[in-house]
Design a protein around this ligand. Sequence first.
Ligand SMILES: Cc1cc2nc3c(=O)[nH]c(=O)nc-3n(C[C@H](O)[C@H](O)[C@H](O)COP(=O)(O)OP(=O)(O)OC[C@H]3O[C@@H](n4cnc5c(N)ncnc54)[C@H](O)[C@@H]3O)c2cc1C
Ligand code: SF4
Ligand code: SF4
Length: 424
Amino acid sequence: MADVVIIGAGVTGIQAALDLAGHGIDVHLIEREPSIGGHMAQLDKTFPTNDCSMCILSPKMMDVSRNPHIHIHTCSEVTAVEGEAGRFRVTVKKNPRYIDEEKCNGCGDCVLICPVEVYNRFDAGIGVRKAIYKPHSQAVPDIVIKDPEHCIECGLCYDICDREAILKEDTGKEILIEASSIIITTGYRVFDAGNKDQFSYLLFPDVITSLEFERMMNASGPTGGQIQRLSDGKTPESVVFVQCVGSRDASIGRPYCSCVCCMYAIKNALLIREKYPDMDITILYMDIRAYGKGYEEYYERAINAGIRFIRGMPAEVIDGDDSLAIRVENTETGEVELLTPGLVILSVGMEPAFDSEKIAEMCEIPLEEAGFFSSTDDKVDTVATIKPGIYVAGTAISPKDIPDCVAQAGAAAMRAFIDSEREG
Ligand SMILES: Cc1cc2nc3c(=O)[nH]c(=O)nc-3n(C[C@H](O)[C@H](O)[C@H](O)COP(=O)(O)OP(=O)(O)OC[C@H]3O[C@@H](n4cnc5c(N)ncnc54)[C@H](O)[C@@H]3O)c2cc1C
Ligand code: SF4
Ligand code: SF4
């Protein structure tokens, strides 16, 4: 049976890889980042059950790493796709990690000794990492990466690594994979809240994004799971969520609903209520979209837990002496209210993944107007593309939650399995 290439190793790519490997197909999982896992690895809990996100994802990541049919290529990108269904030739560029992957055992001694601390992308900018680091404690593969941009070549890590796993020079490499089909699962990126000046993101430290808040709420995150104002480290007495930041906004080319923001804001409001029973929690929204199984009941639970829902979108977030200040018209009562939260959380929407155009061009498939990948049919054949043998699944097609991503991953894997069997 012929191999399958999966581009992107978030929960969608991981699930598709496991499904195919379960049928005895060899899979090449190509991931740009140093660890597989995607956005789900950054989340604290998941709606509507409040299960710990990594408790679901981490066993899948381990299964991927142990499965002899799955070949993980991290720090890697596809640079060319040639051929046709049954006979694709995929060129993969492996970017330098500056670590001998065979020698590193992930002990972390080099991380402890490295004196350089820089912005930590995995923790969405809250907290720091070293110049040599593991993306997070449950990273797969469980090895480090050295960041040449910030390394000062002090030499301490080379001296401490008795396995001589750290490389001074690394040019990366290129490999060619032959595959019967390709599944694109490159996911999404979150909307850059800095593009909405009125919400003062990056201007005021106590205006943060929902992804940053996920890291803040996480017990293994940079604040140990405590909610803190980044301005003074204090626990805020009140928080306000602002919905639809970068969604349902035709003026910035984002007319679509990002599907998950209402539910993740409700989730985080409920989690705050559990940890901080006296905190004042308000959600400012246009409409609450709770369409999935158990979602409406989850919303009801939040109302019953005393979370305040105000239908109305603020024009701006401004500085108000000891707190932030938000004036908002409650469109249900017609009254203008003044809120003075200690922390504002912007519920940022989903945008197409960086480089989607390049992948689309290489695979000769179209993107939709908003920039997500276009499948041939939005109703019954949602994972096929116009190019036979190339499939797409998960948030690479459109915003969706984890259960829908996993369902589409299974559908794409089944299509690729049939192709692979056909090719023998
Ligand atoms: C703040 C927030 C909270 C959320 N909470 C929940 C929740 O509680 N429950 C829920 O169901 N959903 C939640 N979601 C949605 C959830 O994150 C997504 O549904 C899910 O993670 C999407 O998985 P994916 O694999 O499709 O995409 P991603 O997780 O984005 O994975 C895509 C992967 O592809 C890689 N990649 C991208 N481009 C390339 C390339 N060119 N080459 C190689 N690799 C590439 C990326 O590095 C990434 O690892 C939340 C979203 C946000 C923003
Ligand atoms: S590079 Fe060496 S010191 Fe660092 S984690 Fe790997 S084995 Fe340990
Ligand atoms: S050589 Fe670079 S990565 Fe290693 S300890 Fe020094 S600064 Fe850190």
